[in-house]
Design a protein around this ligand. Structure first.
Ligand SMILES: [Fe+2]
Ligand SMILES: [Fe+2]
Length: 470
């Protein structure tokens, strides 16, 4: 077992006290992080007490330690899962050899890019969500938002630890740049486009945590297989926290559906009661699922194949596959050629990205199945759109497909877009419901049902956020 240091400036289980240089470097980065948090983290609420979960160790009971905390005092720490003896590389060209405890020179640039790209999404999402507190639907939800935010902050710490420890001067520069880029800033934007759009409303936030955080889960699962052992162990621990983010999204949307269903069963029009119609929710699903698919990259990907071959990035739960070399045979993939949909055989490693994305799609379908159970009696069925619909990345990008995956004319797509994707009117309606915060203990906005239970055994009407400032 690793020893845990909670007394130092930076809580950690990586024995920071034994490495003075590293410790000093990270202690120098810490004030810059806190500055970033104060200026780009949640707007207002920084002096308030929030009932937060803090990781204090990686074992089953240590990683979920609850208490009232002011967000800037949150103990962001560095935690890796314990090192496995004799772990070997689970896939690719180096299959079966011992994993790397250091970065091999030939993979240095690619690994740094993977870590920086992953790391950049963490502060980016905090920046995107920074104004949501002002329109929270309840104290319970406000607390959940802040829990997600502080943990994304911790994930940034996890990536910065790797950069500082294994990438020398370049790594330190990248760690600084992670605090300098800003979501939506035209001069220094965040790396991935999806992380440059501001999060306008709570429905988008709950869809984001359902669909986009789940992309994050699949990226982390793939990196958790990495031959670079410190990266694998970092991602394994991040996954335990990430699960909560998807819980926030999935149960949040479920509670919206539940509220709408109650109104429909009572013979009322949801939109006249300040709730969200099933049709509008389907349009938000179509949007958030399709933009999240884009994060997986192209269906046929030489980058993906390269990462897999060199052992940098595997497939989620690689151990479940029989073949870890993925060299034999061919994989059939759909491609657009001259505006037509065709089937092409490609070398199977080129389709590794697609395979990961398909696992993600099945996981999303599970979430929808749970939502659909809530409205079975009403004959409502939410559906994931086809992976050809509304794509900006990959072979289908820019081609007019409907949500069923039928190729249609560009005119028809234009005419029907408002049926399939959130329209300006939808967004305006959603925002009209979310103009002020609902902060009375046990009170909930008109568009969302209370949760079945509270956090950490506390009642639903518990004061999850205590305001200390006017
Ligand atoms: Fe994260
Ligand atoms: Fe997350």
């Amino acid at each position: 077992m690793s020893t845990i240091d909670l007394e130092g400036k930076i809580p950690n289980n990586v024995d920071l006290s034994a490495d003075k240089r590293l410790r000093r470097a990270l202690e120098q980065w810490q004030p810059a992080f806190l500055d970033w948090w104060r200026t780009m983290g949640p707007e207002r609420f920084q002096a308030d007490d929030v009932y937060l979960r803090t990781a204090v160790s990686v074992d089953a009971d240590g990683w979920a330690h609850f208490g009232m905390v002011k967000m800037p005092d949150y103990r962001w720490g560095i935690f890796l899962t314990d090192r496995e003896d004799n772990r070997t590389i689970g896939f690719g060209d180096h299959f079966g050899k011992p994993v790397w405890q250091d970065v091999p020179g030939e993979h240095r640039n690619a690994l740094r890019r993977l870590i920086v790209t992953q790391g950049d999404t963490e502060p980016a999402s905090v920046e995107q969500q920074r104004r949501l507190g002002a329109t929270c639907p309840s104290l319970y939800d406000l607390r959940n938002l802040f829990q997600v935010n502080v943990e994304e902050g911790r994930h940034l710490w996890a990536m910065v630890y790797l950069l500082h420890t294994y990438f020398g001067r370049d790594g330190r520069e990248e760690a600084e740049a992670l605090l300098q880029r800003r979501s939506g800033d035209p001069d220094k934007p965040r790396i991935l486009q999806a992380f440059n759009e501001p999060m306008q409303d709570w429905l988008s936030f709950l869809m984001f945590t359902t669909f986009t955080d789940r992309d994050g889960k699949y990226q982390l699962l793939a990196l958790a297989e990495s031959a670079f052992d410190p990266l694998a162990r970092t991602c394994r621990f991040m996954l335990t926290e990430e699960a909560h983010h998807m819980f926030v999204g999935q149960t949040g949307v479920a509670r919206i559906i539940q509220r709408t269903a109650e109104l429909v069963r009572a013979g009322k029009d949801p939109e006249r009661e300040g709730a969200l119609s099933f049709a509008l929710l389907q349009r938000y699903i179509n949007y958030w699922y399709s933009v999240s698919l884009d994060l997986f990259g192209a269906e046929v990907s030489t980058n993906g194949a390269g990462y897999f071959g060199s052992g940098l990035k595997g497939r989620p739960k690689e151990g479940r596959y029989a073949d870890h070399l993925v060299l034999d045979g061919a994989t059939l993939v759909e491609q657009m050629e001259n505006g037509l949909l065709v089937q092409r055989e490609v070398a199977p490693r080129l389709a590794v990205n697609l395979e990961v994305r398909n696992a993600y799609a099945a996981d999303c379908q599970n979430a929808l199945d749970k939502w659909n159970k809530l409205v079975e009696d009403l004959g409502v069925v939410f559906r994931l759109p086809s992976d050809r619909f509304h794509r900006a990345v990959g072979t289908f990008a820019g081609h007019p497909f409907d949500p069923n995956g039928q190729l249609i004319g560009a005119d028809e797509l234009n005419r029907r877009t408002a049926d399939w994707l959130p329209s300006a009117a939808d967004r305006a309606y959603v925002q009209s419901l979310m103009t002020r915060p609902v902060t009375g203990p046990g009170q909930f906005a008109s568009w969302i049902a209370p949760p079945a239970r509270g956090i950490d055994g506390k009642p639903v009407d518990f004061t999850y956020v205590r305001f200390n400032q006017a």
